[in-house]
Design a protein around this ligand. Sequence first.
Ligand SMILES: Nc1ncnc2c1ncn2[C@@H]1O[C@H](COP(=O)(O)OP(=O)(O)OP(=O)(O)O)[C@@H](O)[C@H]1O
Length: 239
Amino acid sequence: MTKMFGSARALDEVELEVRRGEVVVLLGRSGAGKSTLLRHVAGLQQATSGGLTVLGTEVSTARERELRRLRRRIGFVFQGFQLVGRLSALENACSGALGRLAGPRLGLATYPRAVRRLAAEQLDRVGLSAQAYQRADTLSGGEQQRVAIARALVQQPQILLADEPVAALDPSSATTVLELLRGIAREEQLTVICSLHQVAPALSFATRVVGLRSGRVFSDQQVSEVDEETLARVYGAAE
Ligand SMILES: Nc1ncnc2c1ncn2[C@@H]1O[C@H](COP(=O)(O)OP(=O)(O)OP(=O)(O)O)[C@@H](O)[C@H]1O
């Protein structure tokens, strides 16, 4: 699969097969193509040439309706959390269900009871029960990212994508968030694709590490057989 932006090649003949339950880290420096690849998997962008099949949908040729259906099955966690700051943690978590509910929701009480219960359970799972009614913009960065994870889980996704989920966090919150994600992925047999730009967290989080460089797959290894030195040399100094 190749993605061009004008004459720039953001993804250059990328070939990758991810199996169910794998926790894949896309490792690469700024501009390597990690976010672009994640956006393609999420059905948010379409390749310039070549194909990409996600959960049985051919993304490159799919119509908007099919893409919407696909997006509902894929959770996405971002570097900047993307919560609604003035809403509570619980209401943000509930909004993960919006894709399967008809019409907009205004206020917690307008969500079905089952959704509110599920959202509360997921907040509990990420250790934020006590903060459920706190405004999202009053939470710490690590807490906000945990709310975003709860929201993604309320969506009941088959694939969870995370684009630099810990880049904005201090090292200790980053470790907490990655450990949480890893534990949840194991429990749910969830397929996770996560971009990171540091080698050490990638190795403790992933089952498989895919190195990207200038839009190309440069290395692809199971963590158990990873050549740490090469990875550190190629990606260790990534900004
Ligand atoms: N919408 C766009 N229009 C033009 N160029 C783009 C667009 N999106 C990405 N690119 C280019 O494609 C290349 C890959 O970008 P991408 O954001 O995927 O890299 P990345 O590995 O995620 O980097 P970072 O870690 O900084 O987020 C870059 O050269 C970027 O400038």
